[in-house]
Each structure stands twice: as C-alpha cells, then as structure tokens.
Design a protein around this ligand. Structure first.
Ligand code: BES
Ligand code: MN
Ligand code: ZN
Length: 500
C-alpha cells in the first residue's frame, strides 16, 4: 500500500474513494467532519441526531453519495470521549476504521490527522499507528493456497490530510519510516507463517542473501556446518545433528554510518521447526513450532526496514538457523558438548535447544566489537505463562539498555516487561558433569534460560527478548504478528537520533 501526506484545506472538494472523519462521543464533529457537514448541508449532523452514530469509540458508519461532496464515500469513525483518547483507544479506533474501509470497495482513502489529538502523542505517532493498522488490515498470507482469492479489492493508497499546515519534514519522514517498518513487519509475518518444509535454514539464508542483493548497504554472508565446526560451535551443531537439513549461520551487515562506529548486533533464534528432538514435544499444537524462527524473522524484517529508511547507524544481524528433530544421529539427554566459548554444557533436555544455538551465536557476535547486542528468541513456554501474549520478556545485563528498550516498546505499543537476571538464579544451572546444564527446572523457566545466555555475554552490553508469547497468535486467527519489529526499529531510530 502507498502512503502519502498532504495539506488538504478543503476536504469537501476532494475526489477520493473514501474520506475518513472522526466524531467525538456525544456527537460533536471533528474539524474535518464539520467542513464536510457544512458542504453537505447538515447531512452528517442529521445522521448523528437520528442516533446512528453516537461517537462511541471504534464504531463506524459508512456513507455513500453524500450530497455536494466530490468523494465516493465518507466513513464516520467514533473516537470516544475526547479526554479519553489515549494510545490504546486511538489504536482500537484505527483498527476499526481500517476494517470498515477494507469491507468497502474503496481503493484509496484520506484520513485527517490534525484534528484528533491523542493524549501524550504527536501527529507523527498517530501516522505511525494509522500506517500499521492499515497494513495489518490488508495483510493476507495466501501464497500456499492453490487459488488465492482474486476478486478481493484491497485498499491501494492512503493519504494523510492536514487541514491547517503543509507537512513538515518530520511528518514527511514519519510517513516513509512508518511505511518501511510496516513492510518489515509484513516480511517477518510472511517468514513466520511459511511452513517448516519451505522455510528451512537454507531458505532463510536465501532470503538474507536476497536482502543483501536488494540493498547496497547490506552485506550478507552464510557460514556452513563445516565453517561452524572450525569455529568450535559444538553447542549449535549439537542441535542440527538430528536433522537432514544443514544448519546455517547467517550474518547481515548493514552499514549506515561511519565504518568506525561500533555496530548494534541483533541475534535472532532461527529454529525453523522445533519438535523438541529426542525430548520430543507432545503432539497437540506442535505445528506452531514452525514459528520458532520468529526471532530470526524479526531480525530480517528490522534490517529491511532500516535499510529502506537509510538509518544512520551500523547494525549487524546474526541468525543461527537449524531444525530440531529426533533421529539416530540426534543429540541425546545427558550428552555433553563444548561451546565456542570453551564452556561445556550437559544437555539434559534436547527441547531447550534455543539457548544452545544462541550461546554460540552470541560468542560469535563479539567478533564485531559490538556497542550493544540484543538477542530475540521464542525461547521459553515459561515466558508465556509469566506474561501471556501481551508483553515480551526483557532481560539485560545493563539497566539503562533495558529502559531504552522498554521505552521503544512503549512508543510503538509493542511492549516488553523487565524481568530479573539476578545471580541468585545461576546455581540452578549447576551440573555434576559439565560447566553447566542446559535447563534449570520448571520454576522461573524464562529466567534460568536468560541466565544461561548471560554466561556467554559478559564481554558486552546485552539484552535478551523472549518473544515466545508475542511472536504469533494461536487459534482461529493463527498467524505471525511481526513483533518485535516495531520495538527494535524504534530502538534503532532512537539510537540513530542520539548520534549513538
Ligand atoms: N521453542 C520452545 C519455546 C516455546 C514453547 C515457545 C511453546 C512458544 C511456545 C523452546 O525451544 C522450548 O522448547 N523450551 C522449553 C524449555 C524447557 C525444556 C526447559 C519449554 O519452554 O518448554
Ligand atoms: Mn524447544
Ligand atoms: Zn525452540
């Protein structure tokens, strides 16, 4: 979908598939709605008098052929109480508006932005949320259907109208940034939704190479199992042993700033299918373990977004990718392996494989002399129990970094929650036979998983995002969410704005 922004002082004269205007609870019209109403000789206020639109938040009424207007349709959008229009309410309203727009056959729409103030947020933020809601509403994953729905008319263009001023440079770039992030989200969703027999480690590597081809600023390299062997990645390779698909270690280097500037490294868990291995998972909902590469997908989506924006920052994406399957060659409970760091690991449960591939990727990350390293992983079911499907789990060895990531998540409504990484938990990983074991028991499962990773990240500033509960939805609306691409891109935008 194409997005643009323009000063539009006379909404009544606009030729458009649909003009979207707001109505406050109690029936008061926003400025843009008032202008339409005046031109249409009170057509809109009559509807409100009749009670068909009360202004209740997220309610909609679609009007056709409104007299004296040049547009085909008008969509009235209830905004709720003016004093209560906060981030959540605005998002709910935008979602409802996009749903109604998509149910119509309008191909283009205009949405007025400067007459609906949202508490604590500026117009750029509103544009962001509107772009995300619009992109989300047209997202379909139908490439695996033999006959994709053809007759679906979708919204092609959305313009943001400003009643008063010409768009500032900041608002213009808000639109292009938001569109780039929306595309990054869509890429992450597509990769997540693809089945495991298509989205293999090799496929992810091909996608990364394609991203490098599409953007001059990205250089992709792929390490094969023999390369990883040479580097001593015994922990990562212990996971791919049971699978016929070869593991890949994918690196994407984005250069947007001076070569001397230290990069921010993003490490994404890329398990393209997690059966649990010899510690086999129960059958119910096992299909959802195709989503175990959503951390990797968010790294690809984020890199695509920042390359599209030309963000002035250096960023490296690292993706350790493998399947986790049982077979005669698979790693067994009790096996002991040596990680790239030299530390030995007793594998008591082959289903705790994410940390086994991440620890070697995190050791490898040090080679880039990082400013900061952030790993993103669908790491533990325990995190879903702790935080549900609302917040991602956030762990860090530096509080300042944790707060910056929390703030970025808050800004984008892609929130995380700060979890402890205290030494007190470390002893749960003590092993009788090796330097550590790969599980810490049921209690505090997402914390002990993070504590395991912390043993490999002592040399740099590091954060870990456990996205097991937020990367996809189950049930009737099963599908990837594209999270935490919004959080990650916003963090990087903030870092670039600080000049690092
Ligand atoms: N990929 C899973 C985590 C997961 C499970 C994410 C369910 C989302 C939903 C991970 O590899 C895993 O299996 N973790 C185990 C760890 C345990 C064996 C210590 C888990 O959470 O059960
Ligand atoms: Mn697992
Ligand atoms: Zn897993």
């Amino acid at each position: 979908m194409e997005f643009s922004i323009k000063q539009q002082g006379n909404p009544e004269k606009l030729r458009s598939g649909c003009i979207l205007v707001g109505v406050w609870e109690g029936g008061k019209l926003t400025d843009s709605a008032q202008l339409l109403d005046k031109a249409a000789t009170h057509y809109i206020s009559d509807i409100i008098k009749r009670g068909d639109m009360t202004g209740k938040a997220a309610s909609t009424v679609l009007l056709h052929n409104v007299p004296n207007l040049a547009c085909e349709r008008v969509l009235l959008l209830g905004l709720g109480k003016r004093t209560e229009l906060d981030a959540k309410q605005y998002r709910d309203c935008m979602r409802a508006a996009m749903k109604a727009l998509n149910a119509s056959h309008a191909k283009d729409a205009i949405l007025f932005m400067d007459d609906t103030p949202v508490k604590g947020h500026d117009t750029a933020w509103c544009i962001n949320q509107a772009v995300f809601a619009a992109s989300e509403s047209i997202y379909r994953f139908d490439r695996m259907k033999s006959k994709p729905e053809k007759d679906k008319k979708v919204l092609l263009r959305m313009q943001f109208g400003l009643l008063r001023d010409k768009p500032s440079a900041a608002l213009n770039s808000a639109v292009t940034h938001a569109a780039a992030i929306a595309q990054g989200i869509a890429l992450a969703k597509d990769l997540g939704n693809l089945p495991g027999n298509i989205c293999t480690p090799t496929y992810l590597a091909q996608q990364a190479v394609a991203l490098g081809k599409a953007h001059k600023s990205i250089k992709t390299t792929v390490l094969e199992e023999k390369d990883m062997q040479k580097l001593g990645m015994g922990s990562l390779l212990s996971v791919s042993r049971g699978s016929a698909e070869p593991a890949k270690l994918i690196t994407m280097e984005y250069h947007g700033a001076d070569k001397k500037q230290k990069p921010i490294v993003l490490v994404g868990k890329g398990v393209t299918f997690d059966s649990g291995g010899i510690s086999l998972k129960p059958g119910a909902e096992m299909d959802e373990m195709k989503y175990d590469m959503c951390g990797a997908a968010s790294v690809l989506g984020t890199l695509q977004a920042i390359a599209e924006m030309g963000l002035k920052l250096n960023v490296v994406g690292i993706i350790p990718s493998t399947e986790n399957l049982p077979s005669g060659t698979a790693t067994k409970p009790g096996d002991i392996v040596t990680s790239m760091s030299g530390q030995t690991i007793e594998i008591l449960n082959t289903d705790a494989e994410g940390r086994l591939i991440l620890c070697d990727a995190l050791t490898y990350a040090a080679k880039f002399e990082p400013d900061t390293v952030i790993d993103i992983a669908t790491l533990t079911g325990a995190c879903v129990i702790a935080l549900g499907h609302v917040a991602s789990g956030l762990f860090s060895n530096q509080d300042k970094l944790a707060h910056e990531l929390l703030a970025a998540g808050e800004q984008m409504q892609d929130r995380a929650w700060h979890m402890p990484l205290w030494e007190d938990y470390q002893s749960l990983l003590d092993s009788n036979f090796a330097d550590m074991q790969n599980i810490g028991g049921r209690a505090g499962g997402s914390i002990t998983a993070a504590c395991f990773l912390a043993r490999f990240t002592k040399e740099y500033r590091w954060a870990h995002l456990d996205i097991a509960g937020t990367a996809w939805k189950s049930g009737k609306d099963k599908g990837a969410t594209g999270r935490p691409v919004p959080l990650l891109t916003q963090y990087l935008i903030n870092r670039a704005a600080d000049g690092k």
